[in-house]
Design a protein around this ligand. Structure first.
Ligand SMILES: [Zn+2]
Length: 301
């Protein structure tokens, strides 16, 4: 699943390639992808003919801002990929659900074998309209940037704290853990609490923090919460620096078909049966309906 660092890697490519270009046309081959709109035609009408002003991100959503104050929001879900055509004759991959053509440059395809992704055009609310923000973001975010994005795109108002954009210290993360009272990996993955993580970075964060994935979040001590916060920032920063993680089964790649570099730094994820890098104990796997995790029973408590 593309998580925060992978979405950011996509964002960097799209920002470089698309800003200043006009969306010439959009072909939608799966109506469900734009199911928030009455018709695909209505979706296209918001976007076609408009120039791209900027590409940003919030949680696992890509946000493409247009010159008419609408924003194209893309949530690739667990398996969606955005791929730039390699040339005019490059055949469309199987499961292509949307094709964007621009005033210049290659077309952009959205490919997903499943129906778990979505995209929509969000129209900026009218002046004076109040957007109720996620309560954790409203009270705990130290940066205003994420609040500004949520107010402009009300569909994202319920999103929880983005570790990069919203910024919050360990004490504020501690408040989320106290309120949530869920297994800690469930909390880290719940987009209404912490936005941007999936199983890969959640499991790696928990290993780095020395905390087991199934600990109920409110039982973490302040020392553990501090370690968890530091681990979260460290793991996400490293993932960003290395351009994301490419692991089976999805094998995520960026729009130019390039994989990430973080997979060779994974300490536990996907390493069941291999020795722990710290203590040589065999890494174990844990799967529930909420998450898939990997852990070292000796290093994590
Ligand atoms: Zn260990």
């Amino acid at each position: 699943m593309p998580e925060l660092p992978e979405i950011e890697a996509i964002r960097v490519v799209l920002a470089k390639e698309l800003v200043g270009k006009k969306i010439k046309s959009i072909a939608i081959t799966n109506g469900k992808l734009v199911g928030r709109h009455k018709t695909a035609k209505e979706f296209r009408a918001h976007l076609e003919g408009h120039a791209i002003k900027g590409v940003t991100r919030l949680g696992r959503n890509l946000l493409i801002a247009l010159d008419d104050a609408a924003t194209l929001v893309i949530d690739p879900g667990p398996t969606g990929q955005l791929l730039r055509a390699k040339g005019p004759k490059d055949a469309k991959p199987k499961h292509t659900q949307a094709v964007f053509t621009f005033s210049q440059g290659p077309e952009l395809r959205f490919v997903d074998a499943n129906a778990t992704s979505e995209m929509y055009a969000s129209v900026k609310p009218a002046e004076g309209e109040v957007t109720v923000l996620n309560k954790f973001v409203d009270r705990l975010a130290l940066s205003e940037d994420g609040k500004v994005i949520r107010r402009a795109i009300p569909e994202l108002a319920t999103l929880g704290l983005d570790p990069v954009i919203d910024q919050f210290g360990w004490d504020r993360l501690g408040i989320v853990l106290q309120v949530a009272k869920q297994p800690i990996q469930t909390v880290l993955k719940d987009q209404r609490l912490v936005a941007g993580l999936g199983d890969v970075y959640a499991a790696e964060t928990l290993f780095t923090a020395g905390v087991r994935e199934n600990r109920s979040s409110e039982t973490l001590t302040s020392v553990e919460t501090r370690r968890l916060h530091r681990a979260l920032i460290e793991v996400i920063s490293e993932g960003l620096k290395l351009g994301g993680t490419t692991v089976a089964p999805e094998n995520w790649v960026d729009p130019d078909g390039k994989g990430g570099g973080y997979q060779s730094h994974l300490q536990v994820f996907g390493r069941e049966g291999e020795p722990c890098s710290q203590c040589r104990t065999k890494i174990q796997r844990s799967e529930t309906s909420e998450y898939l995790s990997f852990y070292c029973a000796r290093c994590q408590a």
